[in-house]
Design a protein around this ligand. Sequence first.
Ligand SMILES: [Zn+2]
Ligand SMILES: [Zn+2]
Length: 638
Amino acid sequence: MPTPYALRMTLPDGQQLDLGEQETVGSVLRRWAPKEAPRFLAALVDGRPVDLDYRPNVSGALAPLTFEDRQGWEILQHSSAHLVAKAVVATVPEALPTVGPPTDDGFYYDFDVRPLTPPDLEKIRAAMDAAIAHDEPFVRRELPRDRANELFRSNAYKLRYIAEAPADETISVYDTGEFSDLCRGPHVPSTRWLTGVHVLGFSAIEAGEDHPRPLQRIRGVGFPTREGLAGYLKMREEAAARDHRVIGQRQELFMFTEQAPGFPFWLPNGMVIVRELEKFVTEHLRKAGYSEIRTPLLFSKSVYQTSGHWDHYRENMFVSTVDDQEYGWKPMNCPGAMMIFGSRPRSYRELPLRLAEFAPLHRREASGTLHGLMRVRELVQDDAHIFLTEEQIEPEIRVLLDWIREACATFRLSYEFELSTRPATFLGEAGDWDRAEATLQRILRDSGAQFRLSAGEGAFYGPKVDIHIRDSLGRPWQTGTIQLDYQQPKRFHLEYQGPDGTLHTPVVVHRTILGTWERFTGVLTEHVAGRWPPWLAPVQVKVLPVTDRQADGARAVTEELAAAGLRVQLGASDATLPKRIREAELDRVPYVVVVGDRELAAGAVSVRLRGSRESRTMSRAEFLAHVTDRVRRREFEP
Ligand SMILES: [Zn+2]
Ligand SMILES: [Zn+2]
């Protein structure tokens, strides 16, 4: 007999399927797409990730998650972390698991345990392999708090997480075999899914307030298959050869010190690149009608209370005391821009008002997450705030998308967009959010751009479109962002006089295109493997005399090129010519110019383009015209 209370699930293609009496979302998904089903590792019910054996009690939207989805990928990483914890506890029984989240590039799990050793790691790996071979299911249990407290009575960390969980939250644990871990889930169905898991290593995490002795962190990355892991390991090898930290040191681009962890020092060569990037961006700003501003680095707490950062971003801020008042180092440029807009009455005729600011920003990233230029504590963005009317949003964002296209083409980077929607804690009215999300989605669709949706990942003040670029190894990097903000303008009481004479609140677009100079330079270093396009190369031309006899002639060539605005270095004649040419090639200099007697007599130079084994003889004027033209047009290759 058909039940009058059948639940109806709506699948991504609009199909509706009833959920049978004993059915789970996994079985509905299998009926919906039997061929693809083996790739489903979890599901989304109304945008919320759940296990495949979850059974909803209301009708709603249902979508599968695979390893290819960011959320699916994270679920597999986190499941891998559980597997590590299970293996650690089996190997060193007194170990206390703390937390094991997914990260940008895998997962980690921190343990309160004596220092681990390489033999421990071998045993841990073996225990993981055994659990994978047994294909143990991840089983979810929901527990009353007293039962949960009993279960974790010997682990003070887990007891604290239970105590800190909101009172209305159901406490759940996941069992894999004998091992239970406190966890919200969801997880992959079973350990077979973790066949391609790889433990990268372990390290000690400095002691903190909540853990008096250093924790031992095990890092790794998970793949559903061995082939997936093999491909990743190969790419990793390739990536290590391009590591921006290694190239940055060799090319003297930047450095870090222990006295200022996460705070980059830009060396002269790196600064050349930063200035060229700045010029590239500034040229666009001029064409697109922006003005530049500079606002304070420090603001009193009250400013951040108005902007919302104090409530929503404070743990990422550096705070100082000045005149007995709490001040915060700005983590973003928004408050200063808002204050400038609000500093006098504004008219609709001034809109869109585009204010760009390249100021140093400070963010208190955890020391364990710092990574060369990719994650730093002091950074500069190609940032701007655009104040506009609701009707101006669409054309403005279209211009931004065009600019992103153009910028990425210059660097030969491919990209895709990620639209992130309303997070759990947000400012303002849900209605404003819905409208803004719909607008962004429409613009992205119309533009034909590649984009994916991340439910609940928006900034606290509005939805955002993040730009993910892919480097030459196909690795994704988040760089720029376009964020729509209906909240901060209200909180700062910003107004403009409309054509009707009444006052209106502007909308604000926060946007960066390249993102930060730090991360963008880091990504670019690895993307080009240190072979800078001529316009960015710290040294564009290296001039080598064949022997000492041509030293004066080579100096004259150097001076001539430098006078034309090129960055030229005169090489000594301290080694054989082939050796010096090889050296310049290792330095990745785009143009190597050799000056011998014959060239000097003819007013010519012998030129080797980077990557070419041949040299060609050109007149000096011809060479100069070639290089300056390539540089002016920002060509990618010499
Ligand atoms: Zn978990
Ligand atoms: Zn902003």
